[in-house]
Design a protein around this ligand. Structure first.
Ligand code: NAD
Length: 450
């Protein structure tokens, strides 16, 4: 077999498997933000890899040697993999069975019913069912609700009569990297493996062992819970300062000063900073726990806090505005130019999925504001920074991209925006320590002026 790395061999991977069906070491189904860097990393470690995706444009991009999205270092990695020829591509899920290891990295969104949407995974399983042979190892790398790995094992046992863990192997090995840090973390983050039956954990650990990170064996449901609860911890961690930010507005207090008072030289501090907390993982993974919660609604309340930050910012702006140009009433956004800086869900990524910046824009437009957006990372078309802030009445930092937090960016806003421009910065991007401040105030606080 071509391209098998030194730390694994065809023999020790799947001893019961006949090599006649097998042309690769590992297939990865779903070449998204998790699957593509993973497939490239396997190929870079010497494995022969089949990458599968039903999005033709994505496959074309990879075939042409161009990363379809930003991931630090991934373009150089793709260049190396194109040169080493160890990655082949297909749009057919069934082709995954040409590899001994099949890794599923499909999306697992949540229904609005507070329930995991497993349609992509179910559809891939149905495509694979007839092609699976003894010796195949199926790894769920996607984030899944507790019990899903056992469901997948049960599905294969029910429909094909396999003894899971003896003739076919099934495990959950959750992806725990943060977007933008894949290559930095893949060979250092402990890899959790929850295998079904006697040998699944061991077999799947051999595959992920190529990265050299510690492997932690556990049960499937503990692997599922560990992944989900890491994200629940983060989502809740950021909801607390977001709630505090809203409480501070009510009490006329400064959230950044209160956070500093909580944390300063206090051994039990650690309150995070506020911001727009969302993204495709944090916004939905809590729902996988909420499905069968012992405290129903607790995590929904956490979600509600994070989801209400855009409205809080819009209402905070309205409270500080005088009448609009020619429009009646106090605090109207009608006809005001609002520059939204950043459409991505977090700093320095091009991922706009589930970004609260888009919700913010929708809310501003419902107030009849004239919204313009700038983001140097995302694929959605936006205007230039200068054009966005030119004559703006309000500037909102929706994503704290590094470029926005440079003093020069604030200088440009002070120079180009309207004289009484209100700057909204829940991230404290320029260190001014105010969620709402006038550009002139920021300049007076020592920020660079034009
Ligand atoms: N994005 C992250 O940072 C991150 C981090 C950790 C875990 N996760 C989890 O990993 C999983 C994947 O996330 P992602 O962000 O990579 O998703 P994604 O949407 O970027 O990727 C999914 C890919 O699967 C493809 N696809 C969908 N249906 C298909 C089908 N039937 N056949 C073949 N291909 C199909 C899509 O075209 C897409 O390229 C999710 O469960 C997610 O929660 C994501």
């Amino acid at each position: 077999m071509r391209g098998v790395g030194a730390s694994m061999s065809a023999d020790n991977l799947c001893p019961a498997m006949s090599d006649s069906h097998i042309s690769a070491d590992v297939s990865v189904i779903g070449l998204g933000r998790v699957g593509l860097p993973l497939a490239l990393s396997f190929a870079d470690r010497g494995l022969s890899v089949i990458g599968i995706d039903n999005d033709q444009a994505r496959l074309e991009s990879v075939r042409a040697g161009a990363m379809p999205f930003e991931e630090t270092g991934a373009q150089e990695l793709l260049d190396r993999v194109v040169a080493n020829g160890r990655l082949s591509l297909s749009e057919r899920v069934v082709d995954a069975a040409s590899a001994k290891h099949i890794v599923i990295t499909l999306g697992t969104p949540s229904f609005s019913h507070i329930e995991i949407d497993m349609r992509d995974i179910r559809s891939a399983l149905d495509d694979l069912l007839g092609a699976l042979r003894p010796g195949h190892a199926l790894t769920l790398r996607s984030t899944v609700a507790p019990g899903t790995t056992d469901f997948v094992a049960g599905y294969l046992a029910k429909h094909r009569g396999f003894e899971i863990g003896e003739d076919v192997y099934v495990a959950h090995a959750p992806e725990r990297i943060a977007a933008g840090r894949f290559l930095e973390e893949i060979d250092s983050l402990p890899c959790i493996v929850g295998g079904v039956g006697p040998r699944s954990g061991e077999v799947v650990a051999e595959l992920f062992g190529v990265f050299g990170a510690p492997i932690v064996q556990t049960t499937p449901v503990q692997a599922e819970l560990a992944k989900i609860w890491a994200n629940i911890l983060r989502y809740t961690h950021f909801a607390l300062p977001n709630l505090l930010m809203m409480d501070c507005e009510r009490y006329g207090a400064n959230v950044f000063e209160v956070i500093d008072l909580v944390n300063r030289d206090y051994p039990r501090g650690g309150l995070a900073q506020p911001g727009l907390t969302a993204g495709t993982c944090l916004r939905k993974d809590f729902a996988f726990s909420e499905e069968r919660s012992n405290a129903p609604g607790m995590l929904l309340a956490v979600s509600r806090v994070n989801e209400s930050v855009p409205l809080f910012l819009v209402e905070g702006v309205r409270r500080r505005l005088g009448p609009a140009h020619g429009a009646p009433g106090v605090g109207s956004l009608s006809g005001r130019k609002v520059a939204v800086l950043g459409l991505a869900f977090k700093a320095d990524t091009d991922d706009e999925r589930d970004s609260l910046a888009h919700k913010l824009i929708r809310l501003l437009e419902r107030e009849l504001a004239d919204v313009v957006a700038h983001d140097p990372h995302v694929s959605s078309p936006t205007v230039s920074f200068e054009e966005a802030v030119q004559d703006a009445d309000i500037v909102v930092v929706a994503a704290n991209h590094t470029e926005f937090c440079e003093p020069a960016a604030l200088a440009t806003i002070a120079q180009r925006a309207s004289g009484d421009c209100l700057v909204v910065d829940p991230w404290n991007c320029w260190g001014a320590g105010q969620v709402f401040a006038y550009a002139s105030e920021l300049a007076a606080l020592g920020a660079p002026s034009a």
